[in-house]
Structures are given as C-alpha cells and as structure tokens.
Ligand binder design. Structure first.
Ligand code: CS2
Length: 362
C-alpha cells in the first residue's frame, strides 16, 4: 500500500538471497518465489552483465503504476547486502513509465469456455472474454528503444495521469454505483442495470453533477462523448459483466473512484450529494450482505465493514452510528473526508433516497 516490500511475506527473504547471489555472479537454477523477486533478479543480471538501460513497464490497474513499481523495486533492492551501486543503477539507468489500460473483461464463465472450445477445438485455460473497445495509454519514457506501439493504436504520452483520472472517475466510479444499485435491485449484470432508466439516470446525475466538473477535456477526449461512450459500453448485452463481480473489493475501489473526488468537491466548496448517494448505496449493499441469504461480501476488509454496519437492519435503526463506524475505517475513508460533517450528513440523508430508488424497482 505504501510502496515498501513486505519482508514478512513468504518467499521475499529467500528471493533477496537469490538476488544477492545474482549480483555476485553466483546465479542459481532455484526459481524465484515472488513476482517482485523475479523482476529484481532479472534487473540484477542486467546490471551485472551489461548495465545497459532497461525499462520496467507496469500494466497494473493501479494509479501511477510506474512510480509504484519503482518504489517497490527500490525497497526490495535495499534489502540486498552490498546493493548500493545496484540501487544507484536502478535509479539512473532504469525507467518506470506509467500506463493505463481500459478494457472491460468480465470473469470467464463455463459458458464462455464452451464457446471457446467450439471455436478453437481445445480448452483455453487462459481464456479472456473482452469487449471490442481497448485503450492503452503509455508514458513515453523508455531507457532504450521501444516498439512502435502507436502503430497498434496505443496513445503514447508524456503524462498518463489525466487519462487515468478520467477513466477512474467516469468509467470505474459509475461502474461501482451501478453495481451496488444493480445488486440492491436484483439485476445480475451491468447491462441489465443500465437498461433501467431510473438507475441510468442516477449514474448520469453523479457524472454530470459531481464527476465531470472535476475533469478537463484532454486532446482527443471530449468528456461528454466519453461519458456517453462508457454508458454505451456498459449497455453491451453480450458482456455478462456481473454486478456482483464489480461490487467486490469496494474497500479497495471506493477510495480511488469515489472518495478522492468527494474530497475534491468539498475542497472546492460543493457538497457532492451524488457521490454521497454512491457511498450510501455501497453501505446499503454491505448491509444487504448481512441478511439471511444475502450476497457474499467479497472484500479484503469484509470483517471490518461487517463490524461497522453490524446488521442488515442497522440503517433503519442507527444510520448515524453506522456512518460513524464506517468513516472511522482509515484504510478506506481519508481523515479529511471522514471529518467533514457536511459529507457525513449527506451520506446519512441519502440512505432514504437509496431505499426509495431501489425499493420501487424490486
Ligand atoms: C471494473 C473494472 O471490476 C471492476 O471494478 O470497474 O474491472 C473495469 O471493468 C475496468 O477497469 C475497465 O477498464
């Protein structure tokens, strides 16, 4: 979470030993145990054998992924004995461009596998089902030469952050809102949910009122066209993208997608009612997972979230206390947002609106 490698994780210290051996020219056939260990081991060999520039291009769906992987690599390498000159090389001769990828890829189902078997005549264990839309944005910051990815439609840029911000806030935030509303209304897929005019209307309200005002048009990216293209992609009936899949990991998704924008709107002097509605929908979804026969709360912080909400009917009994406990979860709600009484009151007020919108549609 903070870019430092976790040396308590199994295999990390073993991999540190393998990297040390590599730096001394005592490479071994023993496989690395962790992805970061394998990456740094390869870098160590590059450093020892030629020292030629190298580029680590992270493709993770993480904000500022290039800066993050640079921090983790340096943190890992700092565990290696006698690694000072290696550390300096990692900082001077290696580049870590960030990238953003946008493509909707629903979890593969048995039905997908059956279609692939019919088409391919074999079982593809690495099958990925995707929409036709694909967007890659890559920072043009390479230590050496690079493929001419522009020819394959990749947008090469000096700074990926504006593209990342637009995608996280227009696509991912709306995805999360629709997932929670869809789950509360019994819609299995995003396509079913966005086909519902009332729910689509709520997504548009959040986009228009609280998200688009925080973004700038980018060269070649008109925000209103982008908004409409995202909703059209969501409506694709061929993509059985389930609301339950997108509803998972809310503790990891809401901060980057919704909460950071809410804080920005408050700092600009506006109380983001539609983002508060999205947070209320998320908390209402969590409450629904506590009911008999409710959906499973698939989240690394499920225990903390369950303890904060406490029961399926808690929002009827003590909505203020539920919000108080949820906002105290520092791994999710930044202190500055949690301390905003205006935002807290807005979320509490929106619970009844979530109930009204979803009850009428059940
Ligand atoms: C989705 C993303 O699962 C989710 O939360 O919002 O996986 C989304 O489909 C991709 O970011 C689209 O590029």
């Amino acid at each position: 979470a903070d870019g430092r490698v976790d040396v308590t994780q199994a295999g990390v210290l073993e991999d540190v030993t393998l990297v040390s051996a590599e730096l001394r020219g005592k490479g071994s056939a023993q496989p690395s145990r962790t992805a970061i260990g394998l990456l740094v081991r390869g870098l160590a060999r590059r450093f020892r054998t030629s020292g030629r520039p190298f580029t680590v291009l992270s493709c993770d769906n993480v904000m500022h992924n290039g800066q993050m992987v640079k921090k983790v690599i340096a943190s890992f390498a700092s565990q290696v004995e006698g690694g000072d000159t290696f550390l300096r090389w990692l900082d001077s001769a290696v580049r870590y461009p960030s990238s953003m990828v946008d493509r909707i890829t629903p979890a593969v189902t048995a039905a997908d596998q059956a279609v692939a078997l019919g088409l391919l005549g074999l079982v593809d264990e690495a099958l990925v089902v995707a929409e036709t839309f694909l967007q890659w944005v890559v920072e043009d910051d390479f230590g050496d030469s690079r493929p001419a990815w522009e020819r394959a439609g990749v947008t090469m840029t000096a700074d990926v952050r504006p593209f990342e911000k637009a995608k996280l806030r227009v696509l991912n935030a709306t995805h999360s809102l629709l997932a929670y509303l869809g789950q509360l209304c019994g819609y299995a897929t995003i396509a079913d949910t966005v086909a519902d005019d009332v729910l689509r209307g709520r997504a548009l309200r959040m986009l228009n009122d609280d998200i688009l005002p925080t973004l700038d048009n980018l060269p070649g990216l008109d925000l209103l066209e982008y908004r409409d293209s995202v909703l059209a992609r969501f409506a694709n009936p061929a993509l059985a993208h389930t609301t339950l899949q997108i509803a998972m990991d809310g503790s990891q998704k809401m901060p980057n997608r919704i909460l950071v924008t809410a804080l920005e709107r408050l700092s600009a002097g506006s109380v983001p009612q539609e983002l508060a509605f999205a947070v209320a929908a998320w908390i209402t979804f969590i409450a629904s997972t506590l009911s008999e026969g409710g959906p499973q709360l698939d989240d690394p912080m499920a225990a903390e979230l369950g303890a904060a909400v406490r029961s399926a009917d808690a929002l009827d009994i003590e909505p203020d206390a539920v919000v108080e406990r949820a906002f105290a979860l520092r791994g999710i709600f930044p202190a500055e947002l949690a301390s905003s009484h205006e935002f807290r009151d807005a979320v509490i007020a929106q619970f009844s609106e979530v109930r009204r919108v979803t009850a009428s549609l059940r």
